[in-house]
Design a protein around this ligand. Structure first.
Ligand SMILES: Cc1cc2nc3c(=O)[nH]c(=O)nc-3n(C[C@H](O)[C@H](O)[C@H](O)COP(=O)(O)OP(=O)(O)OC[C@H]3O[C@@H](n4cnc5c(N)ncnc54)[C@H](O)[C@@H]3O)c2cc1C
Length: 338
């Protein structure tokens, strides 16, 4: 008989790994995975290759749809959790349905951040997080011959490579606050500019974006310092921020992400956070670190599931692999080549 209902919010790499591990550790439990996105579990780091036309949409999905049924894991896609009540063990969906749980794993990941100065122009900017976003990029790229990429983060490099592969012209406005999850320094900036220039990208180092507007011909007008530019589309890659606004009233301790101890526990019995949305305590540093990257997400997902199933597994990270970016301790497993 299935008595315990475990819910995992998030169907990214971390939530998916948590679900598979939990099934092994708790063979009789009822397991539900929630995702606000309608799409199947996919590999986000392959989206740039899809945009470049190097792989098909089907290649983005690592698991056969039958996997979940075979593991008896109930999947609810396109369903947004709007609130969690950790003390009373229930959560609320945006259509007001209430779901009770005996254990919960929060694996809600991050969302593209648009910093304050760019907010007035966000409707003119393309971001990239989901398969739907990638399809929007693909459609638009068919119509345009040039792109302004605003960024510096690792996704911006991967997407620039994809746009160049499609033989479009790329202007790159380097935003030095956007090197997340890398540390910005002068050498990195120089290496970054050189690599881009070598590939034929027109680099605009540290310019200040004064305005973006739609021209009568449908193109996007850009005013960067004293320079005017016209491009077909604008992409913004300014890092990912944990997607935890919906938890503001839940009672979880939160800083940049959801604060958890070294066992990924939130402080509420049976409730864990993992992947890009977690901020994990490091006993030796006596401080928290945030996780960025696919491999970290998978590892932490596994640990959260073990602990929810009653084990005691620590998220061990050596102090040397943690560095500070804008006052935040970061541990990244992200890889990049350009
Ligand atoms: C374009 C791109 C390229 C990348 N390239 C690399 C790379 O080369 N190497 C690397 O290491 N990392 C890369 N990353 C980062 C890597 O993909 C992330 O670190 C990883 O996906 C984090 O996994 P996660 O499961 O924690 O979160 P996510 O993958 O963000 O998944 C979050 C899940 O939570 C769900 N969710 C969120 N809020 C709610 C809610 N309120 N209700 C219900 N469901 C909710 C979402 O629908 C989603 O299913 C890339 C990311 C992107 C976007």
């Amino acid at each position: 008989m299935k008595e315990e209902h475990f819910i995992i919010i998030g169907m990214g790499p971390s939530g998916t790994q948590a679900a598979f591990t939990l099934r092994k550790q708790a063979p009789d439990a009822r397991i539900t995975v929630m995702s606000k996105d309608a799409e199947r579990a996919f590999t986000p780091h392959m989206l740039p290759d899809y945009i470049a036309g190097k792989i098909s949409e089907e290649d983005l999905y690592p698991y056969d749809p039958s996997t979940w049924d075979e593991l008896d894991i109930h999947v609810r896609r396109g369903q947004r959790v709007t609130d969690v009540n950790p003390a009373n063990g229930y959560l609320l969906l945006d259509h007001r349905e209430v779901l009770r749980f005996a254990g919960l794993i929060l694996a809600v990941g991050g969302r593209p951040q648009i910093p304050e100065p760019f907010l007035p122009y966000q409707n003119l900017m393309f971001t990239l997080k989901t398969v739907q976003d990638a399809k929007r990029w693909t459609r638009k790229l068919r119509e345009v011959d040039s792109v302004l990429v605003i960024g510096g983060d690792l996704t911006s490099l991967a997407v620039t490579k994809a746009i160049l592969h499609l033989e479009k012209r790329v202007f790159f406005l380097i935003n030095k606050d956007a090197f997340w999850p890398l540390r910005y320094d002068k050498e990195l900036m120089e290496e970054f500019s050189n690599r881009l220039s070598e590939r034929g990208v027109e680099v605009i180092p540290s310019g200040r974006l004064k305005s973006l507007f739609r021209e009568v011909n449908g193109k996007i007008g850009c005013q960067i310092d004293n320079r005017s530019l016209q491009v077909g589309m604008v992409g913004a890659f300014l890092g990912l921020a944990p997607d935890i606004r919906f938890l503001t009233r839940s009672g979880f301790s939160m800083d940049r992400g959801i604060l958890v101890d070294e066992y990924l526990n939130t402080g509420f019995e049976g409730i864990y956070a993992t992947g890009d949305c977690a901020q994990v305590y490091h006993p030796e540093l006596r401080d928290y670190w945030v996780s960025i990257g696919y491999e970290n997400a998978v590892t932490l997902g596994r640990i959260a599931a073990f602990n929810l199933a009653g084990c005691r597994v620590q998220a061990k990270v050596s102090g040397e692999s943690i560095f500070k970016v804008r006052e935040v301790n970061v541990n990244t497993s992200w890889w990049a080549e350009f």
